[in-house]
Write a protein that binds this ligand. Structure first.
Ligand SMILES: *Cc1c(COP(=O)(O)O)cnc(C)c1O
Ligand SMILES: [Zn+2]
Length: 386
């Protein structure tokens, strides 16, 4: 397939897949694909990431664990809007990161790389460890020490990544990793890597494929801001290819304690000021200096979207409401639904992206839920409890 990399700032184009940022102005790169190549039907059948291969910039057989094809559940609520949750927690490693990783790891193999690295609040490392194990690559993972949910750490270790816990937050870990990649031949798989976002744009393709129409609004939890940018790009390509005739409003949701994009949007700016000490129960979006802020703000402004901030209490409340409808998600994932409820706007239809699985953060789930009742094995006592 034909494609090239383009800088979103200076608009220069490049044909070197090993670039992460623009060599001339350091801006973010985006993959420009030819939408005229799109050969799939949005017919609701055989939905998975590689169904959309004709718009994915990969030249070799993909490294895949059969990611994508995640359920789109309708949600009961007292609101008029027809609401759906796309449960990305049901991907192979339990988060949407797998969509980006199947493409990113395949690109690493295509480029002949043998080592890959990422900084991660947890899910990127879990996913990268899994896919590099599948591909036979050596994986290095940098985590903010003591701030990674247990399930994610367990995955990274078990799948054989070398895990390095940095005394500092995610933003510090990412800075170090980028430095390492500029000095060593190790492939960087954070969402600054434009190929990862190509995989993640399939969320947009799947939503239209599953619904049979284009919803009015998409609510997305925003941390490093790659996913909202990727989903927007997916809708843009569908529109350019003639599958849909409008792009949904992209609505970003951030935690109050880690809200640089919310602040920038509220002030009408298109650049962020980093938040120094990001803090939230939603560790997957505990990021103060989102790498993809420029792309995300463009997506939000140009789709007539907005950004909502939610408190940790609102996140936990949303997590529990989803759980009571059979949808188990980690805190960050519940923020999209929390945003929908907090700043309700009547759309005909909307989709909340639930980004990761409940089992990712079992300690949080136990902490905020009713504790098990411990009893003697006495039938009479037990029956009184029912
Ligand atoms: C990575 C992640 C996010 C944030 O996505 P960005 O692309 O960094 O904005 C949100 N929720 C979960 C569960 C994640 O793993
Ligand atoms: Zn540039």
């Amino acid at each position: 397939m034909e494609y090239h990399l383009g800088c979103i700032e200076c608009k220069k184009t490049f044909h070197d897949d090993s670039l992460y940022t623009c060599p001339s102005c350091n801006g973010l790169l985006e993959v420009a694909v030819d939408v005229g190549n799109a050969d799939f039907k949005l017919d609701g059948k055989e939905i998975k990431v590689w169904k959309y291969r004709s718009l994915l910039p990969i030249r070799i057989e993909p490294i895949t664990l059969f990611e994508g094809g995640t359920p789109l559940y309708s949600i009961r609520s007292d609101k008029e809007t027809k609401l759906f949750v796309k449960h990305e927690g049901l991907n192979p490693s339990g988060s949407f990161k797998d969509r980006g990783m199947t493409v990113g790891i395949t690109k690493a193999v295509e480029l002949g790389k043998t080592r890959v690295v990422c900084a991660s609040t947890g899910n990127t490392s879990a996913s990268m460890a899994m896919y590099s194990a599948r591909a036979g690559l050596k994986a290095y993972v940098f985590l903010p020490s003591g701030k990674v949910a247990l399930g994610k750490l367990a995955q990274a270790i078990m799948h054989g990544a070398k895990v390095i816990a940095v005394r500092g937050n995610f933003d510090t870990a990412l800075r170090i990793v980028r430095e390492i990649c500029s000095r060593n031949d190790i492939y960087l798989l954070n969402s600054v890597n434009p190929f990862r976002l190509e995989g993640q744009k399939t969320i947009a393709f799947e939503i239209v494929d599953q619904l049979g129409y284009c919803p009015d609004a998409i609510y997305v939890p925003v941390g490093n801001a790659g996913n909202i940018s990727a989903i927007f790009k997916g809708f843009k390509e569908l529109k350019e290819a003639g599958y849909i005739d409008f792009i949904p409003r992209m609505i970003g949701v951030q935690a109050e304690g880690a809200n640089p994009i919310f602040r920038a949007f509220s002030e009408g700016k298109n650049r962020i000021t980093p938040v120094g000490n990001p803090e939230t129960i939603a560790t997957a979006i505990r990021i103060g200096s989102p790498v993809n802020a420029r792309k995300a703000l463009k997506a939000i402004y140009s789709s007539d979207g907005k950004v909502i901030q939610v408190s940790d209490d609102e996140i936990v409340r949303a997590q529990k409401i989803l759980a009571k409808q059979g949808i188990g998600v980690e805190p960050a994932s519940a923020s999209s639904f929390a945003g929908f409820m907090k700043d309700y706007e009547e759309f005909e239809s909307a989709v909340c992206i639930a980004t990761g699985n409940l089992l990712k953060d079992p300690e949080e789930a136990v902490r905020v839920s009713e504790k098990p009742i411990e009893v003697e094995p006495d039938l009479e006592i037990i029956e009184k409890l029912l």
